[in-house]
Design a protein. Structure first.
Length: 120
């Protein structure tokens, strides 16, 4: 796992967090919002970009399959997709962006799907 702000292999600070998941893990929306993009993107596998309150966007990459489409409204806790089952510890990358710039996703992830804490 790689923490927000930690040095990446390229030397730049990480703009999100990398989390190891269980093989085939279901990935749920941490907040309600609108899917602004769902699909394959460059070398990142399937990704979901979820627009939520306050000008925030959540970027989730590394999924193997998706259960949402671009334009869909999702509720907190709704399954967005699943991780690979071909490896024992697939990695999910999570980035939270506010007004186009990355912010620490920790507060968004710590509260879980039903959390009421707002990111500062």
């Amino acid at each position: 796992a790689l923490a927000y702000g930690a040095a990446t292999p390229a030397g730049a600070p990480a703009r999100g967090v990398t989390l190891r998941t269980a093989a085939g893990a279901a990935i749920m929306a941490p907040r309600a919002g609108v899917v602004s993009y769902a699909g394959a993107f460059r070398g990142y596998g399937d990704i979901v970009i979820l627009d939520v309150e306050g000008g925030h966007s959540l970027v989730l990459t590394g999924l193997e399959s998706l259960q949402v489409e671009t334009g869909a409204r999702v509720s907190a806790g709704q399954i967005l997709g699943a991780m690979s089952s071909a490896t024992s510890s697939p990695e999910l990358y999570v980035e939270v962006r506010r007004n186009g710039g990355p912010i620490d996703p920790g507060p968004w992830l710590a509260t879980g799907a039903g959390g009421r804490q707002r990111a500062g």
